[in-house]
Design a binder for this molecule. Structure first.
Ligand code: ZN
Length: 247
């Protein structure tokens, strides 16, 4: 399983950098997880739009799904459009982004598979387990298994024992860490710190922790240090172009 980071900015894109976007590949199948703001230009530096085989969206905030629109446009506004793109999301999560164009314009470009958080999914060669995690809108974490390897991704979440459950024994936990250490009072139920991500990686027994969704302007070294106070394993920061091979 090969993970490529397209972007890892939380909330809004920084100069030259995209929001959440992760390309996960296995046996030639390409799953795009969370096409957030500005991820499509990063994606198209690597593959063509028609080479995406499926999309999974954790939740309906635009920093996690806004670039579904340009991805669908790039597939359908051409002479030989590819087959409709399977898109997996929670019910209603994509209503806004799918309404950006006039009705019907993109309707042939995708097939929407709405699931309930907790449902298992089969996406190409991936087995996926989903789990509801606490956020200001419904959010589904996902545990992707391919061959012997497991990648767990939180989407956006407040602290919850369900994160460790989702990532139990995972090879890699890709965890939202909007803040390094202290989460502002109003966000404490809905977003996490790097320290909390480290604690959850330890509780899960995850082999590797990758911090993502850091708010633009925040100190990556401070985030890494806060996570390291709780977790002994390898800690990385989701930066554009980073690839991690889980062989
Ligand atoms: Zn969010």
């Amino acid at each position: 399983m090969l993970l490529t980071i397209l972007g890892g900015c939380g909330a809004w894109p920084a100069a030259g950098r995209a929001c959440s976007g992760y390309l996960v590949e296995h046996e030639g199948f390409r799953l795009l997880v969370d096409p957030g703001y500005a991820t499509v230009p990063r994606l198209l530096e690597r593959i063509t739009a028609d080479q995406v085989d499926a999309v999974f969206v954790s939740h309906g905030h635009p920093d996690h799904c806004a670039d579904l629109n340009p991805l669908l446009r790039a597939r359908t506004l051409r002479d030989d459009p590819p087959a409709p793109l399977p898109v997996y999301s929670l019910p209603g999560a994509l209503d806004a982004v799918l309404a950006l164009d006039r009705p019907g314009m993109l309707s042939g470009a995708y097939v929407l598979h709405e699931f309930v958080a907790g449902d298992p999914l089969a996406i190409g060669p991936f087995r996926a387990q989903t789990r509801p995690l606490p956020h200001s809108v419904p959010n589904a974490g996902i545990r992707l298994t391919a061959g012997e390897r497991v990648l767990a991704y939180t989407g956006d979440t407040g602290p919850s024992p369900d994160v460790a459950g989702l990532a139990r024994g995972a090879d890699l936990l890709l965890a939202e860490a909007t803040f390094a250490d202290r989460v502002p009072r109003g966000a404490r139920r809905h977003l996490s710190s790097a320290r909390q991500a480290g604690r959850q990686a330890r509780e899960a027994g995850a082999r590797h922790l990758l911090l993502t969704h850091l708010q633009p302007g925040s100190d990556a070294a401070a985030a890494r240090a806060a996570a390291a106070a709780e977790y002994d394993g390898e800690i990385g920061i989701a930066t554009p172009g980073l690839t991690i091979d889980l062989p």
